[in-house]
Design a protein around this ligand. Structure first.
Ligand code: OFO
Length: 174
């Protein structure tokens, strides 16, 4: 049987990864409808990665004698004010997810559950990468400002980044 506090913390994290996946899917769809095809590809891929984060947790909980709860997902936004706003929201969201992951790690230490603690380290380093990526993208966007040519190149860069991540499987473990 899995420790009940650990099970609850992991189920809460499953919910967060699932809502991240839906949130980025909404961003992908918005970008696609606004002629930002590179951004859309990047966001569709990011949404898939979050779904993978959720699945990895579901399997872990079930394999360790807990019961994973498949969460209901709230409706994400349909409209976004601007591309810059999209990436601000992404960064804000990732910061919340990082705090939540740190919270799970904390519960692991309190409950002396070192194997779940070890499992969660993959998420800890993934969050470092994701926050750094979102910050880097936001910096670029702020530099570009309203320049249309710059925006075109930015969108193309994201398309290339998405293609490269697909080729290298974007940090997803086997
Ligand atoms: Fe980007 O959050 Fe998952 O872990």
């Amino acid at each position: 049987m899995m420790n009940k506090r650990i099970e609850a913390a992991l189920n809460d994290q499953i919910q967060k990864e699932s809502s991240s996946s839906q949130f980025y899917l909404a961003m992908a769809s918005w970008a696609e409808n606004n002629g930002l095809n590179g951004t859309a590809k990047f966001m569709y891929q990011h949404s898939d990665e979050e779904r993978f984060h959720m699945l990895k947790l579901i399997k872990f909980v079930n394999e360790r004698g807990g019961v994973a709860l498949v969460p209901a997902v709230p409706q994400p936004p349909v409209e976004f004010d601007s591309l810059e706003r999209v990436f601000e929201l992404l960064l804000e969201h990732e910061i919340v997810v990082t705090e939540s992951i740190n919270g799970v790690v904390d519960v692991c230490l309190q409950e002396k559950d070192y194997s779940t603690h070890n499992f969660m380290q993959w998420y800890v380093s993934e969050q470092l990468e994701e926050e750094a990526l979102a910050r880097g993208i936001l910096d670029k966007l702020r530099l570009i400002g309203g320049d249309k040519g710059g925006l075109y190149l930015f969108d193309r860069d994201l398309e290339n980044a998405a293609a490269q991540a697909t080729a290298g499987m974007g940090g997803q473990p086997a």
